[in-house]
Unconditional design. Sequence first.
Length: 276
Amino acid sequence: MNITTKKNKCLASIPTLICLCLLCTSCDRFTNWKKVTWDHYATGFYLESNMEIYEEPADYIEVRVKGWDIKYAKWSVVNRPVISMTCLFSYPEKRPQLEQIIQDFGEAKHQAHTYEGYTQPHFAFSTPSRYFLKTPIDKVELVSDRDWADQPAGSVLNAHFWLLGRCHDRYAKHLDNPGRQKMPADFHIKSEAYMKLVAQAYDRTGEEDWDLRDGLYEVILSPLDRVDFASMDYLEPQLFLTSDSPHFAEPQTLTIRTTFRDGTVKTVTTEINKPK
């Protein structure tokens, strides 16, 4: 065989070598396949006590923790203002810190589940998104820069507002599944959009976590001034507020003041019914 023939054969083998290299590279993701076993209900906590108004529809207000959407991320949330079991895929040394928060809340022992995912070439996991505030809410107050009937501007208007939320304490702490609740037959509010939110909360429409479709959390639907925030550690930091008062339809600036268990107070404001 002459040198030219040998050279041609070597060149012909290059594509095969490239394919083998690519195949091996694609297999690298499986060498980074991870498993995490978790025997707790909560899967993550927001570390910062910061709230925001997500949207400003005319007939209700949504108040939620900043970074709310992080709970839906299917990638690592390391270096973000949360700590979660998702971090454990890459940083197992964070487990004691996360479990200490859970212990401080007095969570019951739950059945262990093993979750799987890979960390290379990019993060991808499938884990429940049960995130709560590391420092729970102690109270929420709502005020306006306008008079509301006999209440002057700056007065606390909680008695005029309804709150819709979801609390997981009963199952997380006592393994007592409240099951599906029925929407109160006598509940009615003028806002059709708010009524739809309430209906969805009770029938669990669109719930991504299949376990939650059968219960596990309680729907909180109550006048704001009757909500006992101090009794709820596992309250989801997403609250919906509305009012049937005719003053709620007037142009004004509303301030929502949230006090947390450590005494931190954060305020957010929103202008509603602004003239076009």
